[in-house]
Design a protein around this ligand. Structure first.
Ligand code: B12
Length: 213
């Protein structure tokens, strides 16, 4: 099977909400030496974008989104250990990551955390629905260079602003990076975040820039 076919298989498995097909595509990609990052970004993620569009247009209901997310999560778990390490040597920087309080979307945040690790960052992933204080406490504890926060909902966007304010109030010398489908560069500028990343590749690039500043 060609690479394009395997990527398409991964994409369709998410759209169909079929974990078995998603796992089969992931295993096939590994067996055929296809870069797992491509399977995530050009297969599974495209499927999830399509699922989001279908949900948005009310063509599918939430349970379908749940099974699609499950298929994607299972396939990512198989692929992640096979992502080639891009960085050898000293740690590039320390990042504390999480999805803000009230928001349970964590697939994209997880991909960003994985990619940062692949590129040599030490990442403390606090998970999802993370209160502001937990970001602050962890950043202090591990002397983080960057706090990365994710949010996919307009209703939970204020959590990133609250985090930014709490960092200033605590006098913490840490850079901040925001991302997730509800965010953009204007939002990052508005709340005073140091950087915005549209996807995992950009997140790595921005994080590298931030630790060099
Ligand atoms: C999958 C999904 C779910 C799954 C989540 C499973 C999980 N474990 O994450 C489930 C089914 C649980 C779910 C639940 C809900 N969802 Co939902 N969900 C989605 C969906 C379809 C896809 C999200 C996704 O995983 N995308 C794939 C990943 C790879 O992309 P990503 O998250 O954007 O991440 C990339 C970038 O954004 C970036 N990035 C992400 N984080 C970070 C962080 C940093 C620091 C950086 C630099 C970059 C970065 O890099 C990532 C990789 O490239 C979106 C639609 C969409 N278009 O986003 C809706 C969506 C986000 N959900 C939505 C809603 C409303 C809900 C619910 C409230 C539904 C309900 N009625 O209950 C609940 C939320 C409950 C809660 N309290 O959080 C809305 C939000 C609307 C809004 N604008 O506020 C959306 C937009 C759907 C819609 N069009 O209505 N959802």
């Amino acid at each position: 099977m060609s690479k394009e076919d395997v990527l398409k298989k991964a994409m369709n498995a998410v759209i169909d909400g079929d974990p078995d097909a998603a796992l089969a595509a992931a295993n096939q990609a590994i067996a055929e030496g296809i870069n797992p990052v491509e399977v995530i970004s050009e297969g599974l993620s495209l499927g999830m974008t399509k699922v989001g569009d279908l949900f948005n247009n009310e063509e599918i209901s939430l349970p379908f989104v749940i099974v699609a997310a499950d298929a994607m999560t299972q396939a990512i778990a198989v692929l992640e250990p096979h992502i080639p390490e891009e960085h050898k040597g000293e740690k590039v920087g320390t990042v504390v990551m999480g999805t803000v309080e009230g928001d349970i979307h964590d697939i994209g945040k997880g991909i960003v955390a994985t990619m940062l690790r692949v590129y040599g960052f030490e990442v403390y992933d606090l998970g999802r629905d993370v209160p502001v204080q937990a970001f602050i406490d962890k950043a202090k504890e591990v002397n983080a260079d960057i706090i990365g926060s994710s949010t996919l909902m307009t209703t939970t966007l204020p959590g990133q602003k609250a985090l930014q304010e709490a960092i200033s109030a605590a006098g913490l010398k840490v850079k901040t990076m925001v991302g997730g489908a509800a965010t953009n560069q204007q939002w990052a500028d508005k709340i005073g975040a140091t950087a915005y990343g549209e996807n995992a590749t950009e997140a790595v690039q921005k994080a590298k820039e931030l630790v060099q500043q």
